[in-house]
Ligand binder design. Structure first.
Ligand SMILES: *Cc1c(COP(=O)(O)O)cnc(C)c1O
Length: 388
């Protein structure tokens, strides 16, 4: 394994003179689109005098539960806390192990640390999702839970591990931070068939608000009750604290914004999918493109291609020079992060994940990206791929 894994790439932030300037995300463009509705909601909330634990939060939780087809939805301050509160509801100790893929955002592993258990990292498959064979190999008597991550909005096939996990009393906790609205066609949505799931409403996610926020979905009344206490100081009423807890609530303004976005989430997701199809049609097969699966509704929170490792950084910086900003999700796998040091992993331990980390490029993908911009990205990328 080459050492460039840890050398994060640096790209000079200078755009050449041209008409196209496509940042990796463009949040204000989408905010413009929703602005009239958001302003109405803002005024209503501000005038109501209720800013925490009010009607918008309750309505959001109810509507999301209906949307996902689950019994309970608990809103919290962010997606990391959503995961943490679910895991804390399992009453874990330091000898308990929780398995998660090594290619994810750092918060997936943090939630395991925050719950008092030990993270065990496993490899990913060609869709960048938990590799089921490697997962099964890493299960032992201490394994209490697994966290499949629906990375890039691609659906991890939870149904394929249900029997295995229930036979071994392993809880399945989905990290659905990037996959709201994704699912298996007409069968389930992510977050609905496991023990519990965590969603993030962070501005960079596909179900995004205008600040931090998170959601927990579950059919388990004990997990729901416990998360309800944990988000609000452990208080069961104004004066009595049943358990030690956090202050991590979704506020009324953000809940109102989330309701606005929820009403449009399928349209927003469909635009991600449309762009993914356009990329798939247009981009040269020299790059390895994500599979367009028929049996799953993948919502393409990110569109990640693989290019030859030795050319990855130059392709990214050449695209940048031509006005196209790209990113890597994620350049440093969880087991090789500095904070993972005392978990004692080394380069080579999780090979496919490490190889992908060196060859991935995430292209811009968001609902307000125009077809003209997508085509410019396709043409520029193809020129780059075909030049040696
Ligand atoms: C964003 C993200 C989280 C954490 O969500 P926050 O709302 O930022 O705390 C967890 N897991 C994954 C895969 C994410 O992308």
């Amino acid at each position: 394994m080459k050492k460039c894994l840890l050398s994060s790439i640096s790209i000079t932030p200078v755009f050449k003179d041209n008409n196209m300037n496509i940042p990796f995300v463009n949040l204000s463009r989408e905010a413009d689109y929703f602005l009239p509705l958001l302003l109405q909601k803002t005024e209503k909330v501000l005038k109501s005098g209720i800013y925490i634990n009010g009607p918008n939060v309750k309505e959001l939780e109810k509507k999301v539960a209906i949307y996902l087809n689950v019994k309970y939805v608990v809103s919290v301050g962010n997606g990391s806390d959503a995961l943490t509160f679910i895991l804390r509801s399992l009453n874990l100790s330091s000898s308990d192990e929780i398995i998660c893929p090594a290619n994810s955002f750092i918060a997936t592993a943090w939630s395991i640390i925050a719950s008092g258990a030990k993270p065990v990292f496993c490899d990913v498959d060609k869709n960048f999702l938990l590799d089921i064979d490697d997962f099964k190999k890493k299960v032992n008597n201490n394994t209490r839970a697994v966290i499949p991550v629906h990375l890039t909005g691609k659906v991890f096939p939870t149904e394929q591990i249900l029997d295995f996990c229930s036979a071994k009393s392993i809880k399945i906790i989905e990290d659905a931070a990037q996959s709201f609205g994704a699912g298996k066609n007409n069968e389930y949505k992510t977050g609905a068939i496991s023990d519990a799931a965590a969603f993030s409403l962070h501005p960079l996610k596909n179900f995004a608000i205008y600040g931090d926020g998170g959601l927990i979905s579950t059919n388990d009344p004990e997990i729901a009750d416990n998360c309800n206490l944990l988000r609000n100081h452990g208080l069961k009423n104004r004066d009595e604290a049943k358990i030690w807890g956090y202050n991590s609530r979704l506020d009324e303004l953000q809940a109102a914004y989330a309701l606005t976005k929820l009403a449009e989430i399928d349209n927003l997701n469909n635009r991600y999918i449309e762009i993914a199809k356009r990329y798939d049609n247009g981009i040269s097969p020299i790059a390895k493109k994500p599979e367009l699966r028929k049996e799953y509704k993948d919502v393409f929170h990110n569109y990640v291609i693989l290019v030859p490792e030795i050319r990855r950084n130059s392709i990214m910086s050449n695209l940048y020079q031509k006005g196209i900003e790209t990113k890597i999700h994620y350049p440093i796998p969880l087991h090789l992060q500095e904070c993972s040091k005392n978990l004692n992993y080394k380069i080579g331990d999780i090979p496919r994940c490490e190889q992908y980390a060196n060859s991935m490029i995430s292209l811009p993908i968001y609902p307000t990206l125009s077809n003209e911009e997508v085509d410019y990205i396709i043409d520029t990328l193809n020129n780059e791929l075909m030049s040696i």
